[in-house]
Design a protein around this ligand. Structure first.
Ligand SMILES: [Zn+2]
Length: 234
């Protein structure tokens, strides 16, 4: 049995040759890596043709694996899928001297790290990248929400929270948003900011609260559903 890595377009594929008759394609947890089992005599071209024919299926499976296996179980290795504003990006880890960086190019997020950067260090780099994305997007979203509601937020902060998407202190007009919101479609951030601002008017989640939400953000129920399909609740 031989085990090799081949590149098919933008996909990295683990190819295992065995005494079998057909090609088998699988997308494996926890990182969504692609594995093909192939007959001993199968050509690489044949394997790539299969992978490229099935790319839509592969992306769907990787999305499913990524939502089933939360970040905690990630190894931050090449091939894992990370979401930015709802779009899947494939992580590519490059070991390089010089300044560590995280950059986005098309469907790929490139993490450049020094040799010896362990999982924890890579996790911090990705979190920092999410934080910067949120920091640059939040002023636009907040300005929109403030205009719609006529409310003012004095201070906002980003926090990595396990159980909630946002929280607030209405007396001090402060709101906190979850770092993980950078992974979700942007309307989720609009929903959370709107939700926290409405708490400046109403502390509970009863009919009065819902009335304000209907008035300021009619789509809120659908967006909340989208947001709570996975991970914490709001
Ligand atoms: Zn609330």
């Amino acid at each position: 049995m031989q085990n090799t890595i081949i590149q098919c377009g933008s996909f990295r594929v683990t190819l295992i040759r065995k005494a079998i008759k057909n090609l088998y394609l699988r997308v494996l947890p926890p990182d969504g890596r692609i594995q093909v089992s192939a007959p001993l005599g199968a050509k690489n071209d044949e394997v790539c043709r299969l992978v490229l024919d099935k790319q839509d299926w592969i992306l769907t499976q990787q999305k499913r694996v990524a939502t089933q296996w939360p970040q905690a179980q990630r190894a931050y290795q090449t091939g894992e899928i990370f979401y930015l504003w709802g779009s899947p990006l494939r992580l590519e880890v490059q070991i390089a001297d010089g300044r560590p960086s995280v950059t986005r190019q098309d469907g790929v997020v490139v993490l450049r790290a020094p040799r010896g950067a362990d999982t924890e260090k890579r996790r911090r780099m990705i979190d920092q990248w999410y934080r910067l994305e949120l920091k640059s997007t939040m002023p636009i979203v907040l300005a929109y929400c403030e205009t719609v509601t006529g409310l003012r937020c004095a201070e906002w902060h980003i926090k990595n929270m396990k159980t909630r998407w946002g929280t607030c202190n209405p007396a001090k007009r402060r709101i906190w948003i979850n770092l993980q919101l950078a992974q979700k479609p942007q309307e989720c951030l609009v929903y959370v900011v709107m939700h926290e601002l409405v708490h400046f008017l109403e502390s509970g989640h009863g009919p009065r609260f819902k009335g304000f939400m209907d008035q300021f953000y009619p789509a809120w129920r659908a967006v909340r559903k989208l947001l709570n399909g996975t991970q914490p609740s709001a």
